[in-house]
Write a protein that binds this ligand. Structure first.
Ligand code: UDX
Length: 455
């Protein structure tokens, strides 16, 4: 037994949450990052980013001595029995294919460290990687740099994670299933043992452990994200059809459709589309992967295209209400890709801003959490937006408010509130949080997926 049972390479959102959850169950965990400031913060019990519930749990596990963070990757590996690789796998901007640089470097570093280790070591790939990566890249680099044999002295697993931001601690403690993609039986048995200990009674009918080869496990993750994004793009396309027929409400339609047990209502919420750190990168990566093998993944490509169009549709609805947007002021409410996070990665607000600015509008924006990250994101995009400190500052003297993320802070706003602050009281509800009958009786109003008869 080593000093730590688990080491984790990478302390991003999935890496740190995973580390903290293991440590909370009394499993000694050491995580490693190259970022000295982050390591220092983690060792003080302070998360370097916001995630629901993380602060309390991190403080607890650090105080109990079950979690430490080091900037020395080799130390983390040598002091543990198994290493989880949880590094970023972003996409290359030119062809949108997956960028495996961090993954490859992690495999090389682990391989080099293992030269100094005399006992068996299990390596678990948890990052999302295209099929073939764990065996052909990670496995090969481990063998090449350690001089040891995979399946004998080193074990290899691909275990996808399914954590959603804002609920990642719940998702870690109570998953629907544990997918173990095993290089060999011994590796699979060892990881299964760990999860039986970690999850106890939760494992069973509610949460089966399913075992398969590494490539199948890699594809499970893409299947998952592609299907969820497909449900959203599907309902968004249906919502555009709904808007063609006055009186049809996509909310009611989605409810009716979702009651079919084969479909279910989850991820049938229409709006300005999906964003975030996973769906955009993973859908693009799997399309690029298929293309590299000579296959056009037409459906998944369409899911991406429908999503790109959906953000612009919010601007079209604003135009329907205001006419030409040139010189008009648009206020975006909710800038993060979803409520409960300050994550601006591929947030629909970025596409909406670019579209509105291209039509000559002046854009202001407010988000309860994402002020700084939004500032950075828009600077990167080179789009001009004024980020305000409150909803009132955003909508004051503006001509149209567009709801881009459904933060609770916006849900109880009344038509009178918009009327008292805006130059032209006009709202586009891009997340379907307002009562369309009430709002359209008081001000100029459009909602995704429902064109009122009276319009
Ligand atoms: C997602 C997956 O849910 C998770 O399993 C995976 O590991 C990572 O990607 P996340 O990106 O954190 O998680 O957010 P999620 O809650 O899935 O939402 C993604 C996007 O879809 C958001 O922009 C959200 O606003 C949008 N969405 C979600 C909809 O537009 N409608 C819905 O019904 C649900």
């Amino acid at each position: 037994m080593s000093e730590y049972k688990i080491s984790i390479v990478g302390t991003g959102f999935v890496g740190l949450v995973t580390a903290v959850c293991f440590a909370d169950r009394g499993i000694k965990t050491i995580c490693s990052t190259r970022n000295e400031k982050n390591a220092e913060m983690i060792n003080k019990g302070i998360p370097p980013f916001f995630e629901n519930g993380l602060e309390e749990l991190l403080k607890k596990v650090v105080d109990e001595g079950n979690l430490v963070c080091t900037t020395n990757r080799e130390e983390a590996i040598l002091k543990s029995d198994m290493t989880l690789i949880i590094v970023g796998t972003p996409f290359n901007h030119i062809d949108k294919s997956i960028n495996l640089d961090y993954m490859e470097q992690a495999a090389i570093d682990i391989g080099k460290a293992l030269v100094k280790k005399n006992s068996y070591h299990l390596v678990v790939v948890r990052s999302t990687v295209v099929p073939g990566t764990s065996r052909n890249m990670v496995g090969k680099q481990l063998q090449n740099h350690s001089g040891k044999e995979l399946g004998k002295e080193i074990g290899l697993i691909m275990q996808p994670e399914f954590l959603a931001e804002g609920r990642s601690i719940e998702d870690t403690f109570w998953p629907d299933r544990v997918v173990i993609g095993e290089y060999d039986k011994k590796s699979g048995d060892l990881l299964q043992e760990l999860y039986e200990e970690f999850y106890g009674d939760h494992i069973g009918e509610k949460c089966p452990i399913i075992r398969m080869n590494v490539e199948s496990a890699e594809l499970v993750k893409y299947g998952n994200n592609c299907f969820l994004a497909t449900k959203i793009s599907f309902i968004n396309e249906l919502s555009r059809i709904a808007e063609l027929v006055p009186g049809v409400d996509i909310g009611k339609v989605a409810y009716g459709v979702g009651l079919d047990y084969r479909i279910n209502h989850r991820f049938l919420g229409s709006g300005v589309g999906w964003g975030g750190s996973c769906f955009p990168k993973d859908l693009n990566a799997i399309v690029a992967f298929a293309r590299s093998q000579g296959l056009e993944a037409q459906l998944i490509q369409s899911v991406i295209d429908v999503n790109d169009r959906q953000a612009n549709h919010a601007v079209t609805l604003a135009e329907e209400l205001l006419g030409d947007l040139k010189g008009k002021t648009i206020a975006l409410l909710g800038l993060a890709f979803k409520p409960g996070t300050d994550d601006m990665r591929y947030a629909p607000s970025r596409r909406i801003t670019a579209e509105a600015v291209s039509k000559g509008a002046v854009v202001k924006g407010y988000d309860p959490k994402a002020k700084e990250s939004a500032q950075e994101a828009f600077e990167q995009d080179k789009t001009v937006i004024t980020i305000t400190d409150s909803v009132v500052d955003a909508i004051k003297d503006s001509d149209c408010a567009i709801i881009c993320a459904e933060w609770d802070e916006f849900k109880n706003l009344e038509p009178s509130f918009f009327k008292s602050h805006m130059r032209t009281p006009c709202v586009v509800d891009g997340r379907r949080i307002y009562d369309p009958i009430l709002f359209s009786s008081e001000l100029k109003f459009r909602i995704i997926g429902y064109k009122l008869k009276e319009d």
